[in-house]
Design a protein around this ligand. Structure first.
Ligand code: GUN
Length: 281
């Protein structure tokens, strides 16, 4: 079984980006910039944002974090986004989710200039991705896709099953694999026989947030299994896949942690560089 090393893949991607940023600096006399807006003091969000900032600096991007208390008014955030949309030195804008209840996520996402939407959450980017046009692609599914391609470059005709239909993961993952000519099934909480669906998969992506949902006898022999879950349990952090059982069946499997997580952040940097390049055309 191949243990898919997301840390290593992410380090390689960061190194490629670092070199590209040097070339871009030579060519345009400036570097891509990423601004992250962090509202409130939720610990996981603070950790993510700190990691994003550290990685951005490592590859040579301009990186800024703008922090607000969780009592901040929605208007203040919308005004800040408007300012960042107009600021040439800012190539990418990310508003860390989740947001406090009084702030409308949809309004915030739609306020970001689609050309600076490094999360790929703006409806314009969602539509562009599903139509096969150039777009920002949400970082986690993009990271999963790059890991899958490393294991299996020829995806055409493969049967892919996605567990979870979120805008963040399941839906964009579907689009990326469809583009590769996979036959994609997207499953969710109302799917009748989830085990039977999963057993069909050459490529199985679990992104539902249910600890160790996918068992060993749900997985076809030699399937590629990607575990997007990060679930806090009494045993510590576990994924959506029962790792020990599934590792006996799969051809390749991502661990949690150290699988998809590091690739998500590296892909955010990639999206920032891509937004910068498109803005220079
Ligand atoms: N919170 C958890 N994951 C993400 C992400 O990919 N983007 C944003 N903006 N917030 C998140």
């Amino acid at each position: 079984m191949i243990l898919i090393d997301g840390k290593k893949a992410a380090a390689e991607l960061r190194e490629e980006l670092r070199k590209e940023v040097i070339e871009l600096k030579d060519k345009h006399n400036r570097v891509p910039g990423l601004t992250v807006i962090l509202i409130g003091d939720l610990t996981p969000s603070q950790i993510y944002v700190r990691n994003k900032e550290k990685s951005a600096k490592e590859v040579g991007l301009n990186s800024e974090v703008v922090k607000y208390p969780d009592t901040v008014e929605e208007r203040v955030i919308l005004d800040k986004i408007d300012e960042l949309n107009k600021e040439d030195s800012v190539s990418g804008i990310l508003v860390q989710l989740p947001l406090p209840k009084h702030i409308d996520k949809k309004k915030i996402i739609e306020a970001i200039d689609p050309a600076k939407d490094v999360d790929g959450f703006h409806p314009m980017n969602v539509g562009n991705l599903s139509s096969g046009y150039e777009s920002s692609v949400p970082c986690t599914p993009l990271g999963c896709y790059l890991l899958i391609k490393q294991i299996e470059p020829k995806l055409s005709g493969k049967k892919a099953v996605i567990v979870g239909r979120s805008n963040l993961n399941g839906k964009p993952m579907t689009q990326l694999l469809l583009k590769e000519n996979c036959t994609v099934t997207i499953t969710h909480s109302k799917t009748k026989d989830l085990k039977a669906e999963c057993l069909e998969a050459d490529i199985l992506v679990a992104a539902v947030g249910i600890p160790e949902l996918v068992k060993g006898d749900w997985v076809k022999k030699d399937a590629i299994v990607i575990d997007v879950g990060i679930n806090k349990t009494d045993k510590g952090i576990v994924g959506d896949v029962a790792f020990d059982e599934v590792s006996k069946k799969a051809k390749a499997l991502t661990p949690v942690p150290g699988g998809v997580g590091p690739m998500t952040i590296a892909c955010l940097l990639k999206n920032t560089v891509e937004c910068f390049k498109r803005s220079q055309l």
